[in-house]
Design a protein around this ligand. Structure first.
Ligand SMILES: [Zn+2]
Length: 579
């Protein structure tokens, strides 16, 4: 790290966590904290909390947490320096100048981004050179013009298997960082380019940085597509191809498709709102990302079996995030590229206008599995549809969909509705099960330590009372004790700003996550004063006992044991009086 704790703390203090978070996430005041839907996992009831007093955020659902810098790092997928720079700018604080050299030395992610940019330029120039003729022909055959190629920065990786390696080596990059960039494989056999004899698609994030590449083989070789591996700069579960353009779309929906060429074909046909996940199925993080820009999605996956399955998997994820989902039929063509080549963009627009609502689409897909001329199969099909309908937990929604399906299948509404009700409401019962599983069992000592620290921080007046019975040495060795020492010290000296507890962990997201988890330990809301007192007393005794047990485990010699036995006797008689 090359910024001092002072400057980090200045930036942190100047950016109130509630202000910053609420510019990204809708949060509402609930007691001492603010609550909202977590931006880092899909959920329907809020478990994401932001504490103005502690200047920490914490999600009770997925466990993320930390200070305002950690929030920006995770939300924007930024490095520490990038997050600090954003927050400094927001608060009009000038960060001390760091020379490019120092910066590069310290921030491997930045060097990787720089290597990516260099490589992208190199691939682009290759494509326009003699060596790249074969690649250029591929793109031209697919109907791309020069301006499209420039727009997407397309390129070509030459046939020599270490061509890029030689080029980047010549620019002074070390083997170590080239390996980390994911562009070069280095092992006992030497250095080889990850991409060779492929047309190249640079992957550009919303901040216009080249974060990785996709490469398509020329000819029939396998694998057809190769992508960059995960690197410090590239996390494929939270980036989408084409998002850098789609985020500026004037349309109120996104087209989500399968591959690079689909996105490019759609853009060229005027649908600059097309995005694709990068060689993986759509993830909850992708959906979160999409929901920042639009509330409507039209799936334009391939019309083959794999595409249908991908759509089936994507629909529940998108719905979980309350996005309106439709599915576009490409039939009789395989993918958007083929469709547009044959029928043009006007026809494609018509398909968009008539795209099926995702639920009705799922019913249509299901229908194909049954022979509706057979009475038994027909009944089984209706039963399955009724079961799907019973999954809507809002009554009105359930009724509306039952109406729509009855009309589509030309069956009587009442008959279908009775069948739906016979299933009860599966959505509600399924939900209950998962929330039970999510609750982790915490052992008593850990919980007691968390409770005491949380309460001391939240109700400073408790500190004097608690500190009569407990000292930092009673906390378990390692992180808990570390945190306890800091909090005791702060409270003793009346320094009530807790945000800088994070100072020593400014750059360590895992520790920050743990810290905000500890300081958000709760027995649930709405405890009466008596219940709280009882819990504090129990926690004090539990901590004392556990730390004594720990001591006796490590004790050597008679004298030490003697002392422990005495302490044991004192503890048995200890009466905690919290006033
Ligand atoms: Zn969460």
């Amino acid at each position: 790290m090359y910024y001092s704790n002072e400057i980090i703390d200045e930036v942190r203090s100047a950016n109130d966590i509630v202000d910053v978070v609420s510019s990204y996430v809708k949060i509402q005041k609930k007691g001492a904290n603010y609550m909202g839907l977590c931006p880092f996992h899909a959920e329907k009831s809020p478990s994401f909390s932001v504490s103005p007093g502690k200047q920490l955020f914490h999600c009770f659902g997925c466990g993320v947490g930390g200070d305002v810098i950690a929030f920006i790092r995770q939300y924007e997928n930024y490095s520490f320096t990038e997050a600090l720079t954003l927050l400094a700018k927001r608060a009009n604080i000038e960060l001390p100048q760091v020379s490019d050299n120092d910066r590069a030395k310290n921030d491997e992610k930045n060097i990787i981004l720089e290597i990516n940019k260099t490589a992208a330029k190199y691939f682009y120039e290759n494509l326009l050179s003699k060596d790249g003729e074969i690649g250029l022909k591929y793109f031209k055959d697919r109907g791309l013009e020069s301006r499209h190629i420039t727009h997407f920065g397309l390129g070509f990786a030459k046939k020599t298997s270490n061509d890029l390696y030689q080029y980047l080596k010549g620019m002074g990059y070390s083997d170590d960082i080239l390996k980390k960039s994911g562009l070069i494989n280095i092992d006992e056999k030497g250095a080889r380019d990850r991409f060779w004899n492929r047309v190249m698609f640079p992957i550009i994030d919303v901040n216009s940085r080249v974060i990785g590449f996709g490469g398509r083989v020329l000819g029939d070789g396998l694998p057809k597509y190769v992508n960059s591996p995960e690197t410090l700069a590239f996390d494929k579960s939270r980036n989408l191809y084409g998002l850098n353009f789609a985020k500026r779309t004037r349309r109120d929906f996104f087209l989500v498709c399968e591959g690079y060429m689909d996105v490019i074909a759609l853009h060229n046909a005027g649908f600059e709102n097309a995005v694709a996940s990068l060689g993986t199925a759509l993830t909850p993080l992708h959906v979160k990302l999409i929901s920042r820009y639009t509330k409507k999605v039209i799936l334009t996956y391939d019309s083959d079996g794999a595409g249908v399955n991908a759509a089936k998997r994507a629909i529940p994820l998108l719905k979980e995030e309350n996005l309106n989902v439709k599915v576009l039929s490409m039939a009789p063509y395989k993918d958007p590229d083929e469709f547009i080549k044959n029928l043009g963009s006007e026809e494609f627009q018509k398909r968009i206008d008539s795209a099926d609502n995702a639920f009705l689409w799922e019913v249509e897909i299901l229908k194909k599995d049954y022979n509706l001329n057979e009475p038994d199969e027909r009944t089984n099909f209706y039963r399955e549809v009724a079961r799907m309908l019973s999954g809507f937990h809002e009554k009105l929604e359930r009724e509306n969909y039952t109406h729509a399906v009855a009309k589509r299948l030309m069956i009587e509404y009442n008959a279908l509705f009775d069948m739906v009700n016979s299933f009860g409401n599966t959505a509600v019962s399924e939900k209950k099960n998962t929330s039970k599983e999510n609750k982790k069992i915490d052992d008593g000592y850990t919980k007691a330590q968390g409770l005491l620290l949380t309460w001391m921080v939240e109700e400073v007046s408790l500190f004097n009372k608690i500190s009569e019975y407990v000292s930092p040495e009673n906390f378990s060795e390692g992180f808990y004790r570390d945190v306890a020492v800091k909090i005791f010290e702060k409270l003793r000296f009346g320094d009530l700003r807790f945000s800088n507890i994070c100072d020593d962990y400014a750059d360590d997201m895992e520790k920050q996550r743990l810290l905000s988890k500890i300081l958000n330990t709760t027995l649930g809301t709405n405890l009466s004063d008596d219940e709280k007192k009882k819990a504090v007393t129990e926690s004090i005794l539990k901590i004392r006992q556990a730390s004594l047990d720990e001591k006796s485990k490590n004790a050597k010699g008679i004298e030490e044991f003697q002392k422990i036995i005495e302490e044991q006797a004192i503890l048995r008689k200890l009466h905690v009086d919290l006033g």
